[in-house]
Design a protein around this ligand. Sequence first.
Ligand code: MN
Length: 157
Amino acid sequence: MSGEPILLIEDNAANAALILFLLTEGGYDVRVAVDARAALTELENFRPWLILMDVQLPGMDGLELTRRLKADDRTREICIVALTAYAMKGDAQRARDAGCDDYITKPIDTRTFPGVVKTHLRRRVAAIRGTTEKEVEPDSAPMDPSARLRDGSARRG
Ligand code: MN
């Protein structure tokens, strides 16, 4: 299990529960915020690699929150995937214009959703390592220092 940190911002309880279930199945470290204010509070101490951002939120909407996060040096690097309503045709473009890296249409397709999340986390890992996306194996275990030591001593001996 991977344990990558993900922040889900979603005010719809049923949708949040479904996404939380899928992410928990994936073994991620997930926090949930019900609006922009709660999200900003969460971000004071939590550094997600990926934010799943509902567009329609009470108070500040997901697009305005995205613009804020992308304008802030501390949060600019976080990948933001908008959760847009399928019926709202303009949402995808508005999400991109606001700085979202991608979007997923609701209702969530439980079959394809885990793959989309994995893809974005893999991009993030690739960016950190300064490598291309294809070079990163998403399911690889973290490097085991003792294994490296064993390899080293084997070569030396
Ligand atoms: Mn909503």
